[in-house]
Design a protein around this ligand. Structure first.
Ligand SMILES: NC(=O)c1ccc[n+]([C@@H]2O[C@H](COP(=O)([O-])OP(=O)(O)OC[C@H]3O[C@@H](n4cnc5c(N)ncnc54)[C@H](O)[C@@H]3O)[C@@H](O)[C@H]2O)c1
Ligand SMILES: O=C(O)[C@H](O)COP(=O)(O)O
Length: 433
């Protein structure tokens, strides 16, 4: 069957990297799907697609995966934020999700500097006023950034680039990120603080965290009430991290600087897409197209977000054992007569390499595939293997036996033992064993 990749953008810079990689793929691009962001349209056409490439405006819901009938193998998100993709549903349906996490980092960081700079100097308001024929110099006197405290909320790729640039402007940098390593922050000269500490001492607050259940509307009435009067807020992360009604109340009450509306928002809960710089969009299109096409060819994408990362060299050296693992799973099921009683499986790996040097995720997934696929209609891959095993009540434990010898060979032996069936087990020895 011809591979069909659909994108929700018809822009030439979206199409050209795909056409370069798979010359025929977009011939099958359903044109009406391309122009539609509606979930209903997606659902009716999705069974025609092997891969789907979306921007943040398209919601890839559980229903999309259900209606794809198992054909959809990859969702490519042309950007970093994956809050518009039902991640659990993708994993349950064995659909890989890849994103483009780096191509627009600098564009977002530059925007994260442009907005507070313009805001501090009232550039937008003064421009409107002058174009209206007014000359209100004293009304639009700005504030200095130098010496002001900027709190970066979310110290990841964009947040740390904003921090680097803001230091150059002479700002005092603090950050909040529960998962960021303190030494990375220290290296840039940034103090990591708690959420409350950061928002209560900042003059400017710049948001760079992902939208997750934990961060949804985290900037609430309570958070605004802890901020300094006259604080200025910049959001180039996701609209949903701010409770926008609470923000309006904070602006009205003067907590958030309200001489002019001093919250600079690049992102909103409901969006028409912003007008973006073309170059970062081209980079995104290339990054996501390469990841999607690679995944369709069976390569594990470096930007996979719902599958364990397995480097190419590890895949190459484990290739033989991948096939063997699936066969062992299949044999195990046959030995217990159809597999109805398989609930607990023990896998033993014997190797001269320690457990830390042997990534068994792929092998476990293939054993699971061999155990489950012959007795069900479920399709198992690296994305959904652990989830499906758990869902079916199949417990897989792993044991490593450290052998003497050369660690050149990744494995000497894999043993799959159906634990609740006595003396029925399969053992296989590698070529070298
Ligand atoms: N406006 C745009 O065009 C644009 C462009 C790029 C990225 N973004 C958005 O910016 C955000 C950051 O992107 P990135 O590339 O830096 O991502 P990233 O994954 O590199 O960084 C996100 C950081 O947020 C931290 N984080 C997670 N939960 C947190 C919490 N509860 N409180 C504080 N920090 C938390 C993570 O530890 C991580 O360090 C994302 O929401 C992304 O969607 C927007
Ligand atoms: O998450 C991202 O990378 C940015 O928000 C860009 O996404 P969009 O241009 O699809 O909104």
């Amino acid at each position: 069957m011809e591979t069909k990749i659909s994108t929700t953008s018809t822009k030439p810079y979206t199409k050209s990297p795909l056409l370069h990689l798979v010359p025929s793929c977009l011939l099958s691009h359903p044109p009406d799907l391309a122009s539609s962001n509606s979930p209903e349209e997606l659902c009716t056409k999705i069974s025609l697609c092997d891969a789907l490439i979306v921007r943040s405006g398209t919601k890839v819901t559980r229903e999309v995966f259900e209606r794809s009938g198992g054909r959809l193998k990859v969702v490519g998100r042309a950007g970093i934020g994956i809050d518009n993709v039902d991640f659990s549903a993708a994993t349950e349906h064995g659909c890989l999700v890849v994103n483009a996490p780096t191509a627009n980092t600098i564009a977002a960081a530059e925007h994260g500097i442009a907005l507070p700079t313009a805001m501090a100097r009232n550039i937008a308001q003064a421009d409107v006023s002058m174009k209206a024929g007014k000359w209100q110099r004293s009304k639009y006197v700005g504030v200095s950034l130098v010496g002001k405290t900027l709190a970066v909320m979310g110290f990841g790729k964009v947040g740390s680039e904003v921090a680097r640039r803001a230091k150059g402007l002479g700002m005092h940098m603090i950050a909040h990120d529960p998962y960021a390593p303190a030494d990375r922050a220290r290296a840039i000269g940034v103090d990591l603080l708690t959420f409350e500490e950061a928002i209560s001492i900042a003059d400017f607050i710049s948001l760079h965290m992902p939208l997750t259940p934990a961060t949804s509307r985290i900037f609430s009435d309570q958070a605004f009430s802890q901020m300094k009067k006259g604080v200025r807020i910049v959001n180039v992360a996701r609209g949903g991290v701010i409770d926008e009604e609470a923000l309006v109340r904070a602006l009205d009450s003067g907590i958030v600087c309200s001489v002019f509306v001093q919250a600079a928002l690049d992102v909103f809960t409901e969006e028409p897409p912003p007008k973006d710089s073309r170059s970062s969009k081209e980079g995104l299109a290339i990054e996501v197209a390469e990841a999607v096409v690679g995944a369709l060819k069976g390569e594990l994408a470096a930007t996979a977000v719902n599958a364990p990362m397995i480097p190419a060299e590890v895949l190459t050296e484990l290739a033989l054992f991948v096939t063997l693992s699936e066969k062992l799973g299949r044999l195990g099921v046959q030995l217990v007569g159809g597999g109805n009683g398989v609930q607990s499986v023990k896998v033993t790996y014997a190797s001269a390499r320690g457990p830390d040097d042997l990534d068994t995720g792929m092998l476990r997934a293939m054993i699971t595939k061999g155990l489950i696929e012959p007795i069900s209609s479920v399709f198992i891959n690296l994305v959904n293997a652990d989830f499906t095993a758990k869902q079916r009540g199949l417990r897989i434990t792993e044991e490593h036996i450290l052998l003497d010898g050369s660690p050149e060979n990744p494995l000497e032996l894999i043993q799959v033992q159906i634990a609740n069936v006595e003396s029925k087990f399969a053992t296989a020895i590698s070529d070298s064993g």
